[in-house]
Design a protein. Structure first.
Length: 167
């Protein structure tokens, strides 16, 4: 439907579980709808950790759940909930103190507590978390006054960076 995001389209289709919590793999559903919570992070076209409530679907798009095995509806790792008393915050750093023991368990811990698989190295459209930009003026907020101020500064010959939360 026009105006839908991936998350709203999935919700309309009856999907209620979008992801699993990082530690105990508890089911997580659509929550904020604004891209500020981790509940609807999914793998979209091979890119992990895309907030599905901020991206509009398109024809041929491949959307997969992440951080669940074998599926989002039945995650074997949800058994971790039964052992939560044995896993307080930082339990792995306190229990695996020798270098050898940590090297043995680290790959497994990272695999089950991760935020999805990284994209393949040959991914055509690379997205990076950090950029290093140089400018004289930074304008925070792309509302009417922010855009107006940014345009005024740019007209004066300054390099301007306009930062907006929404894409």
């Amino acid at each position: 439907m026009a105006g839908d995001t991936i998350a709203s389209a999935l919700y309309r289709a009856g999907r209620r579980v979008f992801s699993r919590s990082f530690k105990y793999h508890r089911p997580r559903g659509l929550l904020c709808g604004a891209g500020v919570c981790p509940n609807c992070m999914m793998n979209v076209d091979g890119v992990p950790n895309v907030r599905a409530c901020t991206v509009q679907p398109r024809e041929g798009m491949v959307v997969r759940a992440q951080n669940a095995w074998p599926s989002i509806d039945f995650d074997v790792l949800a058994l971790a909930e039964n052992f939560k008393g044995l896993m307080p915050v930082g339990w792995y750093y306190k229990n695996f103190t020798s270098r050898a023991s940590w090297k043995m368990v680290e790959p497994f811990i990272r695999r089950i507590a991760g935020l999805g698989e990284p994209p393949a190295t040959d991914t055509a459209s690379r997205q990076y978390e950090h950029s290093h930009l140089k400018c004289e003026t930074v304008v925070i907020g792309g509302g009417a006054s922010g855009i107006r101020f940014a345009l005024e500064r740019a007209a004066q010959g300054e390099r301007v960076l306009l930062v907006e939360k929404e894409e």
